[in-house]
Design a protein around this ligand. Structure first.
Ligand code: G1P
Length: 293
């Protein structure tokens, strides 16, 4: 089996309005809400960097310009930290900066669905495989989720690779759901995938979570702009059309997923990540014990 083309680019759809988090998201993009002390979107970028991604394409919308500022120098702040000798904070900020020229921003001009958001990045992606990371899905684990998926991508000869997780049957209606085929270690062949099915019609309880490696052929399908579940242009539907044309696998990563698109998941992520941080875990643990549940 020849080595598949390397995955160098990642698309991060960040155009969603975040209505579930109002009033917090009235003036602040939901991707900038923090888990402990880092915006949700930065976790996704760091995961992608760890996996070897070199170019980051953000699909944004109105009011999202602070995401652009976040991945740029903050001159006044840097000058202030330098003048005050706050070297650790300054170096932290500088180390987090993506390489100059490696981030691009394009706008999804109308909220027509995830498939449409990914399609908006087509000219930046061009004719090569690419990753999609939905920042709402915070993946915590070592190695990172995308890195584990790229290992599978190289092992199975490329094509499409999605991250997947088993869910209780009553929850599958919120996800893309996989019809699984043969198991290959931590990967399973994908025979079909359907967006937000009625539990009675779901092909399994194996759901897609927000990490994808896609073949550029998906743009040919997305170009048709066919509407699916909820009247939206769904990424799942275009991806499903690639079954049989390219290898297609789902990976059960050993990462924990926190759904930062829901209030409970977001709070859970803050507590779990806080408890994994040596600088604050002892005091946080002590404080949690004082809460009367
Ligand atoms: C999107 C995808 C869905 C996937 C989910 C993972 O749904 O359309 O297939 O299972 O992300 O988080 P959304 O959460 O945008 O409704």
């Amino acid at each position: 089996m020849s080595q598949p083309k390397p995955v160098r680019k990642a698309v991060l759809p960040v155009a969603g309005m975040g209505t579930r988090f109002l009033p917090a998201t009235k003036a602040v993009p939901k991707e900038m809400l923090t888990v402990v002390d880092k915006p949700v979107v930065q976790y996704a970028v760091e995961e992608a960097m760890e996996a070897g991604i070199e170019q980051f394409i953000f699909v944004t919308g109105r009011g999202k310009h602070v995401i652009e500022d976040h991945f740029d120098h903050a001159y006044e702040l840097e000058a202030l930290l330098r003048a005050r000798g706050r070297t650790a904070e300054l170096n932290g900020l500088l180390e987090d900066l993506p390489v100059t020229g490696s981030v691009s921003f394009t706008r999804q001009q109308s909220p027509l669905g995830l498939g449409h958001a990914v399609w908006c990045a087509r000219h930046f992606v061009g004719d090569e495989p690419f990753a999609v990371l939905l920042p709402d899905d915070l993946m915590v684990g070592t190695p990172g989720a995308l890195k584990q998926m790229i290992e599978v991508y190289n092992r199975v000869g490329g094509g499409v690779v999605v991250a997947a997780e088993e869910k209780p049957l009553e929850e599958v209606k919120r996800y893309g759901v996989i019809a699984p085929g043969a198991e290959k270690g931590n990967a399973v062949e994908v025979k079909g995938v359907v967006e937000k099915p009625d539990p009675a019609m779901a092909p399994s309880r194996l759901t897609v979570i927000g990490r994808y490696i896609l073949d550029p052929q998906v743009f040919i399908e997305l170009d048709r702009k066919e509407k699916g579940a909820g009247g939206e242009i769904q990424l799942t539907d275009s991806m499903a059309k690639l079954i049989g044309q390219v290898p297609f696998h789902a990976v059960k990563t050993n990462c924990t997923r926190y759904d930062c698109g829901s209030k409970e998941g977001f709070l859970q992520a803050n507590i779990a990540v806080g408890l994994s941080r040596p600088d604050i875990a002892p005091s946080l643990r002590a404080m949690l014990k004082t809460i009367n549940l």
